[in-house]
Design a protein around this ligand. Structure first.
Ligand SMILES: N[C@@H](CCC[C@H](N)C(=O)O)C(=O)O
Length: 324
């Protein structure tokens, strides 16, 4: 049931959920909304899966408890994260990007925390816009909390297989310090600090099983390098310019894929291999296998990192009125 125009769904403090306003990496937030007849979609990119909430006119405020409920795999729809699809001009977090990108990807982790960027999310978001008729296939600008990202949705194959989506992920930075360490139980590995709009610690390991079950977040030291938490990638070599990774995501736990993580891994691996396109002026491409599939990551001489991979919308429906 569509909401009447002009109605903004918000519960005031004291109604159901309470807490201070959220910041990146935090799960506490005031607001949230009961959502009568709210429509949703479900999608994934290399099995990093998302609940998609269309909110073109910015009338829905989802608090962390509601996001966590929607992402709950037993009691909710289930997802590693949530993508709210809203016009940039209708959300103050993205209004400054409205002249460059009509649509804002309001991304939340499955625990309800806010993150700056989600690479697989941008691909799925672009796919949703095309499938919903909100954008044409081809280049699509998407506003994110880390700035505008440009996606290109390739046409579907003749057999209906959805075309892959390529995203310009911007420039990676490697802020240091050089002595970062990641630990799981008694095992420790040196790691590289890579930022793709959101923070990553990339550790090269001998075997992906060494990271264990990853029920808990790996410890990262020294303390204070990642004041807002970190996504941790474990990487092994698979061949020339070909690696495989596992990831423990901030706010979501171990997931089957992480797009920003795969980009961080490709850049960290290139530097480990002594390759820097800014120096050689030659782009370098790495194949990054994730538990949920495969991504292709190219770093260009100007520092831009491009990611190509699948993005699929699997279902859509309507929430039971009052459930949320
Ligand atoms: N899975 C995402 C990353 C989502 C955000 C991350 N958990 C964070 O908190 O930074 C991706 O595909 O990049």
């Amino acid at each position: 049931m569509p909401l009447p125009r002009g109605v903004r769904l918000t519960i005031r403090p004291g109604d159901r959920f309470r807490g201070p306003v959220s910041t990146i990496g935090s799960v506490s937030e005031t607001t949230t909304a009961p959502t009568p007849g709210l429509s949703y979609f479900k999608g994934h990119g290399t099995e990093n899966d998302f609940v998609i909430i269309p909110d073109p006119d910015g009338r829905i405020e989802l608090g962390p408890a509601q996001v966590a409920r929607l992402c709950d795999r037993r009691a909710g729809l289930g997802g590693d994260g949530l993508l709210r699809v809203v016009r940039s001009a209708r959300d103050e977090a993205a209004a400054a990007q409205a002249d460059q990108a009509e649509w804002f990807m309001d991304y939340r982790n499955s625990d309800g925390s806010i993150a700056e960027m989600c690479g697989n999310g941008v691909r799925v978001f672009a796919r949703y816009l095309v499938q919903a008729g909100l954008a044409e296939p081809g280049p699509i600008a998407v506003a994110t909390r880390a700035g505008v990202r440009r996606a290109v949705v390739a046409p579907d194959a003749a057999d209906g297989t959805p075309g892959e989506v390529t995203v310009d992920m911007g420039r990676a930075t490697l802020p240091g310090p050089d002595s970062i360490e990641v630990a799981v139980g008694e095992r420790r590995w040196p790691a590289r600090n890579v930022n793709l709009g959101n923070p990553h610690a990339v550790a090269f390991v001998a075997d992906l099983d060494q990271a264990g079950k990853l029920f808990d977040a790996p410890a990262v030291s020294p303390a204070g390098v990642y004041p807002q938490g970190v996504n941790v990638e474990f990487v092994v070599d698979r061949g020339e310019r070909h690696v495989a990774m596992r990831v423990h995501e901030r706010g979501s736990g171990e997931t089957r894929s992480c797009g920003t993580g795969a980009c961080a891994v490709a850049v960290a691996t290139a530097r480990r291999d002594g390759v820097d396109p800014a120096v050689t002026q030659v782009p370098v491409t790495y194949t990054v296998d994730v538990p949920g599939g495969r991504l292709s990551i190219t770093e260009h001489p100007d520092g831009r990192v491009e990611m190509t991979g699948p993005a699929v919308i699997v279902a859509g429906g309507t929430l039971e009125p009052g459930w949320l």
